[in-house]
Design a protein around this ligand. Structure first.
Ligand code: ATR
Length: 283
């Protein structure tokens, strides 16, 4: 039996184990997915002592470890290294490689529900690990990327990193997450992405964007998947915008991680079904 861990702090709310374990069982693979809540101070020791052992095939990495885990790994694939965030680790005979499947996950979700990203204008809320993946994706294709964050410095540093990339096509700007900059960015945006945890259970009545700023030309992508319809999504839909939640990205990033660990394509329909049943509402 091989183990794949989810490393986070906390991780109890995560639904990844459900979709991965259902998929391992369906394909008769001798794998098990387990949640591990690791305080930041214990992360490197856990990686050293546990992740390199033969029984472990790899891990997913979530809040708050996506950036901090990098220093504990042996190799980082190209895109994960560019953005400085790892959400998937593969253990090959004690050698640990970091990947970022959030990029592919977000890209597939957007391709399916929005379409091509070329020449779009996007407003991205947040500048953490998930934002790095989404902002990178847009920097290569969009015409303008506005990154709005409560801590402006983090948005600025991300904007500088992206602007310097040879593959960056967009004008990338960092803005404080305040009413006026948000109003301007959302007004001109084709797409609004929430990469923060605001709106997630148990505080599902919170939102970072006033309803009056939302409009019918907007496509809203909220990475939060629990609840399936966040307040932001609900209000955006009421204002005539198209909306999607975080479920497709959760499944697609998980699917990519599954392929890296097992070399097999997971049954994505089963992943969707398992998660929807547990979320208790239809997307
Ligand atoms: P993840 O890996 O999911 O992106 P993260 O790296 O911890 O998680 O990043 C969380 C993001 O959500 C950050 O941009 C954070 O803003 P700060 O950089 O200012 O901390 C944002 N965030 C979390 N809670 C928030 C809140 N209540 N209001 C505004 N932004 C919030």
């Amino acid at each position: 039996m091989k183990i794949c861990y989810l490393l986070g702090y906390p991780v109890e709310h995560s639904m990844s184990a459900l979709m991965h374990n259902a998929s391992f069982q369906r394909l008769n693979l001798p794998y098990r997915y387990e949640l591990r809540s690791i305080p930041p101070g214990d992360l490197v020791t856990f990686v050293e002592k546990e992740l390199r052992t033969p029984k472990v095939r790899g891990a997913n990495v979530t809040i708050p470890h996506k950036q901090a885990v990098i220093k504990a790994l042996d190799e980082i694939d190209e895109t994960a290294s560019i953005i400085g965030a790892v959400n998937t680790i593969v253990n090959k005979r004690g050698n640990l490689t970091g990947h970022n499947t959030d990029i592919t996950g977000a890209h597939r979700a957007l391709r399916e529900y929005f379409g091509g990203l070329y020449d779009t204008k996007v407003a991205i809320l947040g500048a953490g690990g998930a934002s790095k993946a989404v902002s990178y994706l847009f920097a290569k294709k969009a015409s303008r990327v506005s990154i709005l964050n409560r801590t402006l410095k983090k948005a600025e540093s991300l904007a500088v990193t992206l602007s310097r990339l040879p593959e960056c096509k967009a004008e990338v700007q960092a803005l404080p997450l305040k009413y006026e900059p948000l109003e301007n960015a959302v007004k001109e945006a084709d797409i609004l992405v929430n990469t923060t945890s605001v709106g997630m259970v148990p505080k599902s009545n919170e939102t970072l964007v006033s309803k009056t700023l939302l409009h019918r030309e907007l496509f809203v992508f909220d990475l939060v998947y629990n609840p399936p319809k966040t307040r932001l999504m609900r209000e955006a839909a009421e204002m005539g915008a198209r909306v999607i939640g975080g479920l497709p990205m959760l499944v697609y990033q998980g699917s990519e991680a599954f392929k890296l660990w097992t070399g097999r394509n997971p049954p994505e329909e089963l992943m969707f079904k398992t998660l929807k049943e547990n979320l208790g509402e239809d997307q």
